[in-house]
Design a protein around this ligand. Structure first.
Ligand code: SAH
Length: 458
């Protein structure tokens, strides 16, 4: 085998033009048609001098040394630390340009799949800052202090951060309060170098309408010293606190939270309102992080579904039942499917909370459940799917087509898998109806949420 000759060398300096932006917000410089370099804080069209910092077989990384020609869409956010943290990689791109970029990305991904569709302008936020209702941040003892912030890329060096710019400001404040109380009681924190220590993350959720606050202490150890004192201090200093949870999540077994929760104080979950409906949200349940645009998103998805009072509707990847519960009063029945047990329990609770009697939430793998429904000759009129980033499976698409709903409403948080799935759905006899609609659920980041409606063509 001849050794592959890579088109760049480590530490090489080059002057280049930025071609594109990757999904994580890094600029893409195509050194050759098949060898990209990824560069933080580099916007399409900019002419920059870079230094190559990492060379892998199929791609590499570089950093900007000098910006020779800046994009006219660049703004100085004065928040370079957010670029370093990777939490708001588009913060230096003007907001209208962020919205345009997301629209273009969706358009291009569909076109690459041979699908000629119209993509509507991205619906954005009036104020695209301090919008997230949830965050989870690592903590570490450094220089005698408990520090909260972010790990510098590829290191165990925790960079302090208190203004995240995208979180509800009350959440940012609560992180500092929790951190300082843990520091006061000298609670140990997980040390990634030694792989020992207790608290790994502080997770906070806050209801947008309810203002109810949930604090989750995610720990590598099964217990927390000075438990009673910590609880009393948190209660005293966080007047909005409704739910204080201890999540035992040993490092090697779990990425973030484990299912192992113990309520230290208050309720097991918090409540919030969405489109006028009440929702209970537990620590492990998925709940859309941008409550303001989620209302726009779900309202549009329901309109585009053209629901009728006689419809049977599937709500797949249903989380805590948000989509199904908000449409149940307009249809005959809702059947939901979700794989996380706590979320299904929340969905059932949420039905009761809202007096909904025509919905059923099942704990199952969605593709498996679709096959069961198809075999039972279920004939839904509308199917909503809202899958995680990996998108749908061929089995689920086939079972959907076999059930033959009039409309399939696909809410996607990843346009790459959306376009892939769309090609398969169209090939199997559905057509895309109306424009694809991106909705900016994640301002300052390059994540793209969108709604696509497929109509039966047979
Ligand atoms: N529709 C909900 C949740 C969307 S997020 C809302 O908007 O609030 C995607 C959901 O899919 C998560 O709740 C996740 O737990 C669930 N999920 C992931 N894989 C699944 C699978 N194979 N089968 C069913 N649900 C799954």
């Amino acid at each position: 085998m001849p050794r592959t000759i890579l088109p760049v060398k480590l530490h090489e300096q080059l002057t280049v033009t930025v071609d594109d932006i990757r999904i994580d917000g890094m600029g893409i410089v195509n050194i050759t048609p098949t060898y990209p370099l990824y560069v933080a804080d580099a916007l399409p069209g900019e002419k920059i001098t870079i230094e190559v910092t990492q060379v892998d077989k199929f791609s590499g990384y570089a950093k900007v040394l000098q910006r020779l020609v800046a994009s006219d869409q660049r703004q100085n956010s004065d928040r370079q630390y957010l670029i370093d943290a990777g939490t708001a990689p588009l913060v230096n791109l003007k907001y209208q340009a962020q919205l345009d970029l997301k629209q273009t990305q969706v358009q291009r991904l569909f076109a690459q799949r041979g699908l000629d569709v119209t993509v509507a302008p991205t619906i954005g936020m009036a104020d695209p800052t301090y919008y997230r209702n949830k965050t989870i941040v690592p903590v570490k003892w450094q220089n005698g202090h408990l520090t909260s912030g972010f790990y510098r890329r590829g290191t165990h060096d925790l960079v302090p951060m208190t203004d995240y710019f995208v979180n509800d400001a009350k959440i940012d404040q609560a992180i500092v309060v929790v951190r300082d109380i843990l520091e006061k009681y000298q609670i140990s924190a997980f040390d990634p170098d030694r792989q020992t220590g207790a608290i790994r993350y502080i997770m906070i959720r806050r209801g947008y309408y309810s203002h109810e606050l949930m604090v989750v202490l995610v720990s590598n150890d099964a217990t927390i010293p000075h438990e009673a004192d910590v609880i009393a201090a948190l209660r005293a200093e966080l007047p909005e606190l409704k739910s204080l949870i201890f999540n035992f999540s040993p490092k090697k077994d779990f990425v973030l939270l484990s299912p192992n929760n113990r309520t230290l104080w208050g309720e097991d979950a918090i409540h919030d309102t969405l489109l006028g409906y009440q929702f209970v949200i537990g620590p492990n349940s998925f709940y859309q992080v941008n409550p303001q645009t989620t209302e726009v998103l779900y309202d549009l998805a329901a309109q585009k579904a053209q629901l009728q009072p006689t419809d049977t509707v599937i709500d797949a990847y249903s989380g805590i039942g948000t989509i199904g519960i908000t449409v149940a009063n307009r249809v005959k029945q809702v059947l939901g499917v979700e794989v996380v047990p706590g979320a299904v329990a929340d969905a059932q609770h949420n039905m009761r909370l809202n007096g909904i009697q025509n919905a059923t939430y099942l704990l199952a793998d969605a593709p498996e459940q679709f096959k069961i429904w198809e075999a039972a000759q279920l004939q839904p009129e509308v199917v909503f799917v809202d899958p995680p980033r990996r998108g749908l499976t061929s089995e689920l698409i086939q079972a959907t087509v076999d059930m033959g709903p009039e409309r399939l409403v696909y809410i996607s948080c990843n346009p790459v898998t959306l376009a892939r799935d769309a090609a398969e759905i169209v090939q199997k006899g559905y057509q895309i109806e109306g424009p694809v609609q991106p909705v900016d659920q994640f301002p300052q980041t390059s994540h793209v949420e969108s709604i696509t409606v497929f109509k039966k063509n047979f």
